[in-house]
Design a protein around this ligand. Structure first.
Ligand code: GDP
Length: 342
């Protein structure tokens, strides 16, 4: 793995901006640690143009062959909890420990409303300037499945470029945590202490997925509230069934803005890696299986709904179902049978 990003190759690619590099050229540059080539390859992954996607597939296939020891960390939390401040502090800390850090985001809201929750503001300013960091905002897409797939492919590209820690940020507002959880080795939930109602408004599923709950903004007047929240979360975590890998999720506190508790979080993650070592590859394999099946499912569904004849027939059947002229099950069967014939 190269230690520094290859500057000569960056300027070569920059000076050639107008000429589209071939897949082979991009592969070569990516494998030598070129961030500009990485950006370009991610743009191909994100493109809706089929030719671009074919090129992206060729690049991904080559990148998959590069065996790296990487770590993928998912970070979630509601807007305002301090995700970008935390990632800035944590990312800079990791870089100070000799790591190369890529930050990706999964923000399905970017396709629904114009303003995405992640990425509108200027975020992670010092991290963005670091030679050993790479930050990419969330891809847009029609569906969470589409956004997640693109991010997953971008992870592979980042890893092949030599980034050894990939932070994947998501908004704690819905299904996107499940998607991110299924692409990472470690899942971190950021929380802030409230007024004794810590467990309210937090979905059970998200706590269950977390390998660590970090209570952020543990500073100033918040310190006592954080301590109480820590006790409450620790108690709550004991109520969940043990994880397959045997890991007991931890509750830590931090102040991202003051850089407090950041190294402790990394220490805890290294303990996790040590304790769950024998499960690491198994988890990645089962995630690959999940993504294989998920992609098939997504493509079948997209193929079905992109069929003009199907959508016309579906509209007609919906009216019939609404008027109780046909049962929804028979209507579905009729439509599926029609789809099989097309
Ligand atoms: P995000 O929406 O989850 O990405 O949250 P941001 O990182 O944008 O932070 C939201 C607000 O909380 C900003 O005004 C930050 O300055 C503030 N903030 C973030 N971390 C801390 C912290 O550790 N302590 C305090 N007191 N404020 C923080």
């Amino acid at each position: 793995m190269p230690n520094t990003i290859n500057k000569a190759s960056i300027s070569r690619i920059k000076s050639n901006r107008r000429i589209q590099p071939s897949a082979k050229e991009l592969i070569k540059e990516i494998l030598s640690g070129n961030k500009t080539a990485l950006s370009r390859a991610i743009t191909l992954v994100e493109s809706t143009n089929q030719k671009h996607n074919q090129k992206a597939n060729e690049i991904i296939e080559a990148c998959l062959k590069k065996k790296n020891k990487t770590l993928r960390i998912g970070i979630t939390g509601v807007p305002g909890v301090g995700k970008s401040t935390f990632i800035e502090a944590f990312g800079n800390y990791l870089i100070s420990q000799g790591k190369k850090v890529a930050v990706l985001a999964v923000d399905p809201t970017s396709s629904i409303s114009k303003g995405s929750i992640l990425g509108d503001k200027t975020r992670m300013e010092t991290l963005a300037k670091s030679e050993n960091a790479f930050i990419r905002p969330s891809p847009s897409g029609d569906s969470l499945g589409g956004v997640a797939r693109k991010t997953r492919e971008s992870i592979i590209l980042c890893e092949a470029t030599g980034f050894d820690i990939i932070l994947i940020e998501t908004v704690g507002v819905g299904q996107s945590e499940i998607a991110v959880h299924s692409m990472v080795d470690f899942f971190l939930l950021l929380k802030i202490a409230g007024a004794g109602d810590e467990l309210q408004g937090i979905k059970r599923g998200i706590i269950e997925m977390a390998d660590c709950i970090a209570i952020n903004k543990a500073d100033g007047k918040n310190k006592q509230a954080t301590r109480n929240a820590k006790i409450e979360f620790t108690r709550a975590l004991h109520l969940y069934p043990p994880k397959k890998d045997g890991w007991l999720p931890k509750v830590l506190e931090c102040s991202a803005i003051n850089n407090d508790g950041i190294s402790e979080i990394w220490k805890m993650i290294t303990l996790f890696l040590h304790e769950t070592k024998s499960f690491f590859n198994e988890k990645r394999k089962s995630q690959n299986k999940y993504w294989l099946l998920q992609t098939i499912e997504n493509n079948i569904v997209a193929d079905f709904y992109n069929n003009k004849e199907i959508t016309l027939k579906l509209e007609a059947l919906m009216i019939k179902v609404k008027n109780q002229e046909i049962s929804p099950f028979i209507a579905a069967e009729q439509l599926l049978a029609f789809h099989q014939k097309t």
